[in-house]
Ligand binder design. Structure first.
Ligand SMILES: Cc1cc2nc3c(=O)[nH]c(=O)nc-3n(C[C@H](O)[C@H](O)[C@H](O)COP(=O)(O)OP(=O)(O)OC[C@H]3O[C@@H](n4cnc5c(N)ncnc54)[C@H](O)[C@@H]3O)c2cc1C
Length: 525
């Protein structure tokens, strides 16, 4: 079966599902739901998966885009969660999505505010994290180990750092996604290639163990999808469809800076939050050159909005922490965009930062399975657990999950750390500026396409050759060809899908406005 998602396929499959009883109906196409659709399809089950809006409309596009080893869970004694994260990280890096997930270096700058004792504690944690990597059998060439580097080496990797009182830095490595929304679309397309019907703009109005009342948000009509089992993967909205669940969403905010605001940042930064031993703000250089700065963790009460707003106090808080380690402060007017996401945590007593990040499976008496919590890193394992439970409740005739070994669409053999000088960075001897040297524009463009499209990069490049405007780079370097590709193969139905999820141009409102004509041209092409 073809992996291409587009308006014509949606129409056809929407008509088909009305007359069928599918084995598994998945509701919600974030990382978890797309993962469940893939897991079920990989077992030979018939699958329909719906989303009220679009793939990756919810929390899955608002993450820090890290594929964590799970160190912070270990610090809280959650050994099982930490190990599970490290195993899933290794799978993504080495086999299932090596194009989308690469190792990335992070520095913890040893400024005067970080005591020697605190630094020693963090380094011990990193060494334990190294133990997790070994336990998870992730080879060192895919994920280098931690080390302490000098102030000069730290400044070579992160020139915006302040040199005042800088004693050096702790260097560690973790997984980084090219883009979280792209992971979701790639998982969904892989499911589609195995026959899953991926239907966006279909809202579940009511759910039960044997199907859903669904509204086609484009056509406006309401119909029933009948199913032998139902997986509710609606994240922070899950409680609205599963009576009795109580969620305590927690807001995480990021700032988006343009590439020119913090030039010379080849490594990410972990900046300790004053007064907390195990919480850090993150400075996350993105493949498109922008830099994201996160992360808050604030409980949120009340109705769940479609797109969480960003309070100004989150911006002020993050800027203050960021500026504590910079030579030149970043000003409020340098913040080009902001975004917030809501973590779907189960309600419990205590600070939301301390709630378990492990996923939970809940079932209704009539057999609906709801899966909540967890994180992007463990989406595959969450999906496997949810489908295992659905298979057993629905007494379905299904094989075992195959997703642990199943490469996602576009997967190419793993190439190790994303920086060509990764090994030298790992040794603390690096002095490059992130491959901005002799490689040249062409190589960088090829690398960008490879990281986003993997083995499909050649087909995207071929599309560029069809017409000169298709090869013209728009904001963040995205070309018209990539937008046309998204319409033809990645299920993009309108400009929002194109600018806010298939590409992340929309994270900076000014860039989004500038890219609107390109998006409209791609839809009309
Ligand atoms: C700020 C922040 C940073 C994070 N950073 C990381 C990180 O770096 N690494 C990591 O591993 N994890 C991270 N996480 C956690 C991770 O992002 C989430 O756990 C994960 O994305 C949740 O995915 P999901 O599929 O369960 O939910 P969602 O992505 O929210 O998907 C739910 C979907 O259900 C759909 N839906 C809702 N109601 C209906 C309905 N009635 N009918 C049909 N569809 C419906 C929505 O449109 C949505 O697309 C972060 C979370 C936050 C908030």
């Amino acid at each position: 079966m073809n992996s291409s998602l587009n308006a014509a396929r949606r129409e056809r499959e929407l008509a088909e599902v009305r007359g069928l009883v599918v084995d598994v109906l998945v509701v919600g196409l974030g990382a978890t739901g797309a993962g469940a659709a893939l897991d079920a399809a990989s077992r030979g089950l018939s699958v329909a998966a719906i989303d009220a809006y679009d793939m990756a409309f919810g929390t899955s596009r608002w993450s820090s885009k890290m594929i964590h080893g799970g160190l912070r869970y270990l610090a809280r004694g959650q050994v099982g969660v930490a190990y599970e994260s490290a195993v899933e990280r290794g799978r993504l890096l080495g086999r299932t999505a090596p194009h989308l997930v690469r190792a990335h270096p992070y520095l913890l700058p040893l400024v005067p505010e970080v005591s020697r004792r605190h630094a020693a504690l963090v380094m011990t944690g990193y060494r334990v994290g190294e133990g997790l990597r070994i336990a998870a059998r992730t080879p060192r060439h895919l994920l280098p180990g931690p080390s302490r580097i000098t102030a000069a080496q730290a400044l070579a990797l992160a020139s915006p750092l302040t040199s005042r009182g800088l004693r050096g830095a702790l260097l560690s490595w973790d997984g980084r996604l090219a883009d979280d929304a792209r992971l979701v679309v790639t998982v969904a397309r892989t499911a589609a290639a195995l026959g899953a019907r991926i239907l966006t703009r279909c809202r579940a109005l009511e759910l039960s163990g044997d199907g859903a009342l669904v509204r086609d948000e484009l056509g406006g009509d309401t119909f029933t999808i009948r199913a032998r089992t139902v997986v509710n993967a609606t994240g922070v909205w899950a409680a609205g469809l599963h009576p009795g669940i109580r969620l305590r969403p927690s807001r995480g905010t990021h700032l988006v800076l343009r590439p020119e605001t913090l030039p010379g940042l080849d490594a990410g930064l972990h900046i300790p939050i004053p007064g907390e031993s195990n919480r850090f703000a993150l400075v996350l250089p993105q493949p498109d050159g922008r830099v994201h700065v996160g992360l808050t963790d604030e409980p949120v009460d009340g109705p769940v909005p479609d797109v969480p707003p960003v309070p100004e106090e989150d911006v002020t808080f993050l800027l203050a922490i960021l500026n504590s380690v910079l030579e030149e402060p970043v000003r409020r007017e340098d913040v080009a965009g902001t975004y917030a996401g809501l973590r779907p945590l189960l309600a419990a007593e205590g600070h939301t930062a301390d709630l378990s990040r492990r996923h939970a499976l809940l079932t209704t008496p009539d057999g609906m399975v709801t899966i909540v919590g967890g994180k992007l890193t463990t989406y595959r394992r969450m999906a496997e657990d949810a489908v295992d439970r659905a298979v057993s409740l629905g007494r379905l005739d299904a094989g075992r999950s195959r997703t642990a070994e199943l490469p996602l669409i576009g997967a190419v053999p793993a190439s190790g750390p994303e920086d060509p000088d990764g090994a030298r960075i790992a040794n603390g001897t690096n002095g490059t500026n992130g491959g901005k040297g002799a490689d040249g524009e062409g190589d960088r463009e090829a690398g960008r396409l490879l990281e986003r499209y993997g083995s499909e990069a050649g087909a995207v490049r071929a599309l560029m050759a069809e017409d000169p405007w298709l090869a013209e780079p728009g904001p963040t370097g995205v070309t018209g060809a990539e937008l046309v590709w998204a319409v033809r193969h990645e299920g993009a139905l309108d400009v929002d899908d194109l600018l806010d999820r298939r590409t992340r141009i929309g994270l900076v409102p000014q860039d989004r406005d500038a890219a609107l004509p390109l998006a409209r041209a791609a839809l009309a092409y």
